[in-house]
Design a protein around this ligand. Structure first.
Ligand SMILES: C[S@@+](CC[C@H](N)C(=O)[O-])C[C@H]1O[C@@H](n2cnc3c(N)ncnc32)[C@H](O)[C@@H]1O
Length: 225
């Protein structure tokens, strides 16, 4: 079992989220494309891989009344999230144990994490199980064959540009576009509609990949009413 939590607990990684991914201006256009339509007063949100709970801050710029539950494998991230947003709910989870996630949420978010861990299919399944209405997630895609081998495609944990120790690396999963849709469709059983939107871009600066162009896709899976 990998210990990705330790990678995300590193002080330079945690401190990146002190100020980044915290306001609406930090939301990527592909994320906002779907999220803006889902925001409704009184809604409940589950955010898997919430880091310091940045989406609670972003959503608060648009809604007065919502509940937000954030879960993350990094205790350091969750500790800061609790300090920043004491009115919301935060839980530390393990990659193989999401039992602290209970109930159903109008909207579930799984953003910026699926391409960076091995058990990502299970994470989508957990999110879908706890979704009442809409699940928003993102993947990194290629038109070539899928690469889920950390030796061939990986992410150096230098997120804040101050880490020389690359001994800790995460996978940088590149999923063939056709397969990606098939995987989302097969996990999100009973979805009434699945939409996706994205764009071609360079891989992350600290990613080492066999390709120099990737497709960053955001998916919206919706349950029938
Ligand atoms: C790149 S950050 C993304 C944060 C936030 N979702 C965003 O989009 O700004 C990835 C976060 O996901 C967490 N994470 C990684 N794998 C996870 C998993 N399997 N379950 C829950 N959280 C995970 C990390 O600890 C980290 O805080």
């Amino acid at each position: 079992m990998s210990n990705n939590a330790e990678s995300w607990n590193q002080p330079n990684v945690v401190s990146f989220f002190d100020t980044n991914r915290a306001t609406t201006s930090d939301i990527y256009p592909s994320e906002w494309f779907f999220l803006k339509e889902q925001l409704k007063e009184g809604m409940s949100i589950l955010d898997i891989g919430c880091a310091q709970g940045g989406f609670a801050g972003m959503i608060a710029e648009h809604l007065n009344d919502f509940t937000y539950t954030g879960v993350d494998i990094s205790e350091e991230m969750i500790s800061k999230a609790k300090e920043k947003y004491p009115q919301h709910n935060f839980h530390i989870v393990k990659e193989n144990d999401y039992s602290k996630v209970t109930g159903k949420y109008d909207v579930s978010l799984v953003l910026g994490i699926l391409h960076l861990h091995e058990t990502w299919r299970n994470t989508i399944q957990i999110a879908w199980n706890h979704t009442k209405s809409s699940l928003i997630l993102d993947l990194r895609e290629v038109f070539e064959e899928t690469v889920e081998d950390k030796k061939k495609s990986y992410f150096k944990m230098d997120i804040n540009g101050s880490n020389d120790d690359y001994s800790e690396v995460l996978p940088y999963n590149l999923i063939n576009s056709g397969e990606a849709l098939e995987i989302v469709n097969s996990i999100c059983t009973g979805a009434e509609k699945i939409s996706f939107y994205g764009y071609s871009q360079d891989p992350a600066k600290t990613a080492v990949t066999p390709t120099n162009k990737i497709f960053a896709s955001v998916y919206l899976a919706q349950k029938g009413r």
